[in-house]
Design a protein around this ligand. Structure first.
Ligand code: FES
Ligand SMILES: [Fe+2]
Length: 283
């Protein structure tokens, strides 16, 4: 008969190249599970969240098995416990201790405590947890490192756009699509949407996720790989109704006489146009 007694099936230790601040931000970020960790999680629905942590219904890959999971974070940020509240493995607790080792190094110790495990299955179950957590922390670490780098380098917007940039003959530009270009110290990508060339910013306005490898859908949208938010590359607007927008991108112009392609200043948006007012005075 099940006693509910938990058995420690494995302990996993590692260090990640991220600050404690980034790690705790990541722990609170329930939303990335089915996107950043898409090979492990199929979906998530938040049920509750607060300064204490979060609770969510989580669908696992590959079968879509659902669990209710709760993450509780110690107030001093040195430990959090992930509990399976309902579903297969209910009662499992995963205790994670965090240790600040340097400005961008955090030590991690994870202990897996599973109820009612037969002794002969404990080692295999422990190994499976360690494999899963190695993959999850690899994916988290790459996101945290990239986010930290973007936060550090985030360019300040200068008032003026840079000079137009010649990209070459239309045929050769089309042959290189999607084309990454740097303009004015920022990175853009030129893509074809419905036969028209468009440039879009390659940094997601949510958490600075990478949009430079996102496929462009038939409706002109790209999806960020970190949390799945979608943006229309023609307008920069959120396709999910969020108050987020891609940074303004240059216009892609094709000279009708020479067929050369250039990046040029974007037309001001209607609100910028309105704000300009007569003789350059605020409207
Ligand atoms: S960084 Fe969160 S959706 Fe892009
Ligand atoms: Fe994660």
């Amino acid at each position: 008969m099940a006693s509910g007694e938990r058995v420690r099936v494995a302990v996993y230790r590692r260090e990640v190249a991220a600050s404690l601040e980034r790690v705790l931000e990541n722990v609170r970020d329930w939303e990335h599970l089915p996107w950043l960790h898409r090979s492990s999680f199929a979906g998530i629905e938040r049920l509750d969240a607060g300064s204490w942590g979060w609770r969510a219904r989580v669908a696992m890959q590959p079968a879509g098995v659902e669990l209710i999971v709760e993450v509780r974070i110690d107030p001093d940020g040195s430990r959090y416990v992930t509990r399976t509240v309902e579903g297969p493995g209910a009662g499992t607790e995963i205790w994670t201790d965090l240790e600040l080792r340097a400005a961008s190094r955090t030590g991690i110790r994870v202990e897996f405590r599973v109820p009612d495990v037969a002794p002969q299955h404990a080692a295999d179950l422990g190994a499976a947890y360690v494999r899963l957590y190695t993959r999850l922390w690899d994916e988290d670490e790459s996101m945290m490192v990239e986010r930290q780098a973007r936060l550090a380098e985030r360019p300040r917007r200068s008032g003026a756009d840079p000079e137009p940039l010649d990209l070459g003959p239309l045929d050769s530009v089309r042959a290189r699509l999607p084309l990454r270009v740097a303009w004015g110290g920022r990175s853009y990508r030129v893509v074809d949407v419905d036969g028209e060339l468009r440039a879009h910013a390659t940094v997601c306005p949510h958490w600075l996720g990478p949009l430079d490898a996102a496929s462009v859908e038939a409706d002109g949208s790209v999806r960020c790989p970190w949390h799945g938010y979608r943006f229309d590359v023609r307008t920069g607007r959120s396709c999910d109704g969020r108050a987020l927008r891609l940074d303004r991108a240059p216009r892609v112009c094709v000279d009708p006489e020479t067929s050369r392609v250039r990046l040029d200043r974007a037309s001001p948006s209607p609100s910028e146009e309105r704000g300009r007012g007569p003789a350059g005075l605020p409207g």
